[in-house]
Design a protein around this ligand. Structure first.
Ligand code: ADP
Ligand code: MG
Length: 730
């Protein structure tokens, strides 16, 4: 089950919700992503959906009353009357929490007003302190207390409510004790000041988190808002969500394509960049398939919808990226663990600090150490990290999507960052996979016509690049009624029966399996043999070209520190070796059956002890290896469901250079995370040390605490604006 929490910006609460939901009956595990606000529940046996959902709603509202819980974010966002302009533009609200959701907006406004009033009182307090005579001090204290309560009553209430639930170490609680302590010491302005700064900090922190999420959401929003449907009453503008299979749509110049379909009429150029990052316009005309998310160019198109809005490419990709944040990266997991220990440790140090030094150091004042221990409490929330790390991962994923690279989880960014061996498939991965038949050689006793007829029948149902090339070359009308028992033999070829003839099309190994002898063959290219009723009928030679950027990409990978590049190909060794040489690969293996690829890959992975092993394939005959790799990267996913399923990372442009870009983005994301960790911990350690030596100041502490949180979040958004090496040179 998946539940959405909108408006959740508090790191501590997120951790708590995750933990408590994980302990609910029949829940195996729960994972809450702060980046998107989605809570994924791993259902155990006997899981009761409705009850758990109700329990979650109750739990969330008790911890964070303003958070909106829903089962389906999109529906709830659309269903809420939202009374604000520009909402239509907001389909990517899927990812951007609704700042303007009714309940949330009101709350925000009231809170802001209270905070501003508190600030006013706070300043008035100082004026009174300066001007009023000592015997009227009560008034000054009253004003400060007013400011304190106004700014802090929510925090105090929440703290008590949470203690009631056995949740002690949260920021509300820490602020509450710190300020109670200040009150005990009769430091009235201090108490008020801490609550006010805390409030201001939270406000800006929320804003920063929202903005970061929103810009990521914008980066990866692909879908159209409206569609022009042609009906009996003419053209009507409808909500894009309502588009169904069979609808006829009119798409005007500049409009986003709302759903996948086939062009009925018109010729235009499409901007595919929202999906692929590639702005080079793609020419389309009648009969061509178009995908949702692309932008129509210069002319009007009439399109027959072949997939509902929800099942169209743009939505599928958006779901994919959204789900990506459910798979947490290592650093994120580490930070969660870290924060479980950090807070209690600081709290206990604070207690120790209040008690031990005054006992041990002669003449030390209880009051001073008590005050200093309060400062410790103030900096004991690891919010900066808990907030910024998940957002960093999500930012990295968003940034990669701008290049047409879909990364299915933060954990794969970690893998890319540590990758040092890359294993490639050949056909369709390093080569274009656009085979052309360059030669036909009938065997003695067979004519060219017979050879091609057999080839056309053999490859009629094949989706392999080789099969498609042969069908295109043979140009024959194949009567499907005569074809029977078609079978693909992975890594070898095909078998089909025409009437009662058995046709085999494939490589040497396929023929050898049927005891058909094949002579040594020195043709330069990929050879497809044909056999009719176990008789060699001849062969076709196919040529394929290396992808334009393949060489440069392999070189760049080396520059980024990749130790070894390998190619495993099902094609014959001659072709494989020749391409290996051309691309300067470190290792090449040809004649691999799918299971050979698995075995070879397994060994490479095992041998690679100091890094991660990546496999890059096209989803044809290499799904098992894609799944085995630390990260499987698939080519050619635009519209191909199989590859989207099997791979962890998908290159929508089929461009090997995008692998390098992803590694680069992963490294940059990593760098930002390290910066954030150093920044946040650095500030805290500085404050703690200063405090220990008596130079601490409660204002300073809280300022440092929220300041660090905001700085790290702002730093994180730099990932989205990252300009990689491929952009710098030009
Ligand atoms: P690669 O590793 O080069 O991508 P594949 O594993 O997809 O290769 O295929 C390996 C080999 O199997 C091809 O080179 C070809 O000889 C043979 N083969 C696979 N499918 C077909 C087909 N449909 N028709 C003919 N030969 C095929
Ligand atoms: Mg292949």
């Amino acid at each position: 089950m998946k539940v959405f929490l909108e408006g959740l910006n508090c790191a501590n609460c997120a951790g708590k919700i995750e933990k408590l939901v994980g302990k609910m009956p029949n829940v195996r595990a729960a994972s809450l992503s702060l980046a998107t606000g989605s809570l994924v529940i791993d259902e155990g046996e006997g899981f009761a959906q409705e009850e758990t959902y109700d329990a979650i709603v109750k739990l969330v509202h008790s911890l964070e009353p303003h958070v909106v819980v829903s089962k389906n974010r999109k529906r709830s966002a659309a269903a809420e009357p939202c009374g604000c302009e520009g909402h239509s533009d907001d389909d990517h609200a899927a990812l951007a929490p609704h700042e303007h959701g009714q309940a949330l907006g009101d709350m925000d406004k009231r809170q802001k007003l209270e905070l501003i009033t508190a600030i006013g009182l706070f300043m008035l307090g100082f004026v009174f302190q300066a001007l009023l005579p000592a015997n009227l001090e009560v008034i000054t204290i009253g004003v400060f207390l007013g400011a304190y309560l106004l700014a802090g009553y929510r925090v105090i209430l929440l703290a008590f409510r949470n203690i009631g639930q056995g949740q002690i170490f949260d920021e509300n609680f820490l602020m509450t004790i710190a300020t109670f302590g200040a009150l005990v010491l009769t430091e009235w302005p201090e108490a008020a000041g801490v609550m006010i700064f805390f409030g201001i900090g939270e406000y800006f922190q929320d804003r920063a988190v929202d903005n970061a999420r929103r810009s990521i959401a914008e980066t990866i929003s692909f879908n159209a808002i409206t569609a022009n449907r042609v009906g009996p009453e003419g053209e009507v503008v409808i909500d894009a969500k309502l588009v169904k299979v069979g609808d006829v749509l009119v798409i005007k110049p500049g409009e986003k394509i709302p759903a996948d379909g086939v062009i009925l009429q018109g010729l235009s150029h499409l901007d595919t960049s929202p999906l692929t990052g590639e702005s080079y316009p793609r020419k389309v005309e009648k009969g061509d398939e178009i995908l949702s998310g692309m932008i129509n160019g210069n002319a009007v198109l009439k399109v027959l919808v072949t997939k509902d809005y929800e099942n169209s490419t743009a939505m599928k990709i958006m779901h994919l990226i959204e789900e990506a944040s459910d798979k947490k990266g290592k650093t994120e997991k580490f930070i969660t663990k870290f924060s479980h220990y950090y807070t209690p440790i600081v709290v206990f140090s604070a207690i120790a600090m209040a008690i031990i030094p005054p006992l041990l150091i002669p003449g030390a004042s209880w009051e001073t150490w008590f005050y200093q221990s309060l400062i410790f409490l103030v900096v004991s929330c690891p919010c900066a990290l808990v907030l910024s790390i998940p957002i960093s991962y999500f930012g990295g994923i968003g940034r990669a999507s701008k290049e047409g690279v879909l990364i299915k989880g933060g954990n794969y960014l970690d893998v890319l960052y540590q990758s040092n061996v890359f294993v490639f498939d050949k056909t369709g991965t390093l080569t274009q996979g656009e085979f052309k038949v360059i030669k036909t050689v009938p065997a003695t006793g067979f004519s060219e016509v017979e050879l091609l007829a057999a080839a056309a029948a053999g490859e009629h149902y094949s989706n392999h690049p080789i099969g498609k090339a042969i069908t295109a070359y043979a140009r024959q009308d194949v009567d499907e009624n005569r074809l029977k028992n078609y079978a693909e033999i992975p890594g070898k070829g095909t078998r089909v029966e025409v009437d009662d003839q058995v046709i085999l099309a494939g490589n040497k190994s396929l023929l050898q399996d049927h005891q058909i002898g094949v002579a040594e063959n020195n043709e330069a290219g990929t050879i497809v043999y044909l056999a009719i009723d176990n008789q060699l009928a001849g062969y076709l030679v196919l040529g394929d070209m290396v992808k334009e950027s393949a060489f440069a990409a392999l070189q760049q990978l080396k520059k980024l520190g990749v130790r070894k590049t390998v190619m495993l190909s099902g094609d014959n060794s001659q072709v494989a070796n020749q391409i290996g040489k051309q691309l300067q690969l470190d290792e090449v293996r040809g004649d691999c059956l799918p299971q050979d690829k698995v075995a070879a890959f397994e060994k490479i992975k095992l041998d690679n002890k100091d890094g991660k092993t990546i496999f890059v394939g096209d989803g044809m005959n290499d799904a098992p290896v894609l799944a085995m790799a630390d990260a499987g990267i698939a080519m050619g996913a635009l519209g191909s469901d199989a590859a989207i399923e099997a791979a962890d990372i998908i290159l929508m442009k089929d461009d090997p250079m995008d692998i390098v870009k992803s590694v680069d983005i992963a490294k940059y994301t990593r760098r930002i995370m390290i910066q954030n960790i150093v920044l946040a911990l650095g500030i805290k350690i500085t404050v703690l040390t200063m405090t220990f030596f008596g130079m601490g100041e409660m204002y300073l502490a809280i300022f440092a605490d929220v300041g660090a949180a905001i700085l790290t979040i702002l730093n994180t958004t730099r990932i989205l604006r990252y300009r990689g090496f491929w952009q710098k040179r030009r």
